[in-house]
Design a protein around this ligand. Structure first.
Ligand SMILES: [Zn+2]
Length: 269
């Protein structure tokens, strides 16, 4: 991962921080957000990280998983209208019993078999799919990387005056490592991002003709499973149960209207 991000290229990226006014308004929610990374660049980095994950983790070839996830993913992605800028949608099932799913810039989406097994219907898988596609559409990866890099650049600026070239290179490499971590699945999105993805994702799955009420039943099942032992990974990085259910209920009337319209137009998936 580290070797793929050469320091020179990184310095060019860092220069962007200084010259670009990266604050934009998130059209879907009206919130101001810092995003100055070129989406193309992010998609390339995410794509190589995703390839590395596929080499390092067992990938399912069972059509019961893969065909199901691809069918649902393609349908929700199409209905959402989200453009995975710089990449192409890719839906991969990882063989892991953790209840987890993730999305990266450029449209790379991973679901664990643990999550697929817990779902009792396509509607429930679509609910998680809508959430993940919303992270991509809302460019949450870009925002997290931008925030992290802005903080790093501030630190580096202070050190440049006193350190020699070798040290600067070293710092750039450390930033690259941080950048990789930000893009990966290990660091959770913030609660604000999760809340946005819940709300917008509910509309995406509904527009594809999946019943949005399944989002509530699925999160509730995950929650009850968490009470019986170790919390599912997906839950531990996500907003409080009460917050999530409140978000979903608030969006539900609009989502049900979209769902009924979609079923009329496209039929049930
Ligand atoms: Zn999420």
């Amino acid at each position: 991962m580290l070797q793929q991000i050469v320091p020179l290229r990184l310095c060019a990226l860092l220069a962007l921080v200084a010259v670009m006014q990266g604050c934009i308004t998130v059209p879907e929610t009206g919130r101001r957000a810092l995003r100055f990374m070129p989406e193309q660049q992010l998609a390339e980095i995410a794509s190589s990280q995703f390839s590395e994950m596929k080499r390092e983790m067992p990938v399912s070839s069972d059509p019961a998983y893969t065909e199901r996830l691809n069918r649902i993913g393609e349908r929700v992605a199409r209905a959402s209208g989200v453009d995975p800028v710089g990449g192409a949608w890719e839906f991969v099932v990882f063989e892991d019993e953790a209840v987890n799913a993730f999305a990266m810039p450029g449209g790379k989406v991973g679901f664990y078999t643990g999550l697929m097994d817990l779902a009792e219907s396509d509607d429930e898988i679509a609910a998680v799919m809508g959430h993940e596609i919303a992270h991509v559409g809302l460019r949450h990866g870009n925002e997290r990387v931008s925030q992290a890099m802005a903080a790093q650049v501030a630190t580096m600026g202070a050190h440049y005056a006193t350190r020699d070239m070798e040290d600067q290179t070293q710092t750039a490499v450390m930033v690259a490592v941080g950048l990789g971590a930000q893009l990966g699945v290990l660091l959770p999105y913030s609660r604000l991002h999760e809340s946005e993805a819940d709300r917008i994702g509910l509309l995406y799955s509904a527009r594809a003709g999946y019943d949005p009420r399944a989002a509530v039943t699925f999160w509730e099942r995950m929650e009850s499973q968490a009470e019986g032992g170790a919390p599912p990974e997906f839950l531990s990085t996500h907003p409080s149960h009460g917050r999530r259910i409140a978000d979903l209920h608030e969006m539900m009337p609009e989502a049900i209207a979209e769902y009924e319209q979609a079923v009329e137009k496209l039929g049930r998936p």
